[in-house]
Design a protein around this ligand. Structure first.
Ligand code: ATP
Ligand code: MG
Length: 253
């Protein structure tokens, strides 16, 4: 486990091209252990592309990805998950026909580090109970874990997806627009989950267009514009207006 304040996860000079489209252009950024970094930018700025490079879903065209100072080449999301990097994608999928607890345990046949790791294989009933308890512990109020996800509201599904990611993460958690489609109370819960992940020493990367949430929960903000980092500064240096101006490029930064 990294000491608080140490650089945990980092990209250096990362570029990603899709054919002629340059989605990321020489991007460098990092997250420390025990830090929440906000990643913001207008539609198409490159946030989700960066998330996919960090999560192993896409390979960068050039540049480096380093976990705890060691260069890594993720060939799939599974590689990054194995190493302790959990990602909630913007268009995250749960398996709707399965129960809450089955979704929490989906694809976790092996014993993993993290809050749920000590459980290993368990009978269905105790798996339901433990999934429920552990989601609650990370601050997600979920309905009965035995219920099918197809019976949950959109916001409740989102809560399960977030709880799953946070519960399994052992180093880094990346949340791409996790408060979308959530009501005010559920959004507050998600912000609280990020705070508790940070207190446990995880590095948290939070992508959002909801600037008050970004200003409230992050320690530092990285602003992307047209695939480039235009600002990387402590959150205390921004207010809502200056952050918006930096994102759009319509006022001096
Ligand atoms: N699979 C792809 N193939 C081609 N171009 C892509 C692909 N994915 C993203 N792009 C392009 O890369 C750029 C960055 O897209 P990206 O999804 O990373 O933006 P974003 O910052 O996440 O935007 P939003 O706020 O709308 O989610 C856009 O110009 C987009 O059209
Ligand atoms: Mg996106």
């Amino acid at each position: 486990m990294s000491e608080p304040g140490e650089i945990l996860y980092e990209v250096r000079n990362l570029s990603k091209r899709y054919g002629a489209v340059v989605a990321l252009d020489d991007v460098s950024m990092f997250v420390r252990a025990g830090e929440v970094v906000g990643l913001v930018g207008d539609n198409g700025a490159g946030k989700s592309t960066l998330v996919k490079c960090l999560s192993g879903a896409h390979q960068p065209s050039s540049g480096q990805v380093l976990l705890e100072g060691v260069e890594r080449h993720w060939h799939s999301p599974h590689d990054a998950i194995e190493a302790g990097v959990e990602t909630l994608y913007q268009d995250s999928g749960l398996a709707p026909h399965l129960s809450v607890s089955a979704n929490v345990f989906l694809g976790r046949e092996e014993l993993k580090p993290g809050i749920l790791g000590r459980m290993g294989f368990l009978a269905q009933k105790s798996m339901d109970t433990r999934a429920h308890e552990d989601l609650e512990r990370v601050g997600i109020a979920v309905p009965a874990s035995g219920r099918s996800v197809s019976q949950l509201s959109g916001g409740q599904r989102q809560a399960v997806a977030i709880g799953r990611a946070v519960a399994w993460a052992s180093k880094v958690i990346i949340l791409d627009e996790p408060t979308n489609h959530l009501g005010a109370r559920q959004a507050r819960e998600v912000l609280q989950v990020m705070r508790s992940a940070k207190q446990q020493g995880l590095g948290v990367i939070f992508i959002s267009h909801t600037l008050p949430h970004v200003l409230e929960v992050t320690d530092r903000v990285v602003v992307l514009r047209l695939g480039r980092v235009v600002r990387d500064a402590p959150t205390s240096e921004f207010d809502a207006e200056s952050l918006l101006g930096t994102i759009t490029g319509l006022n001096a930064t």
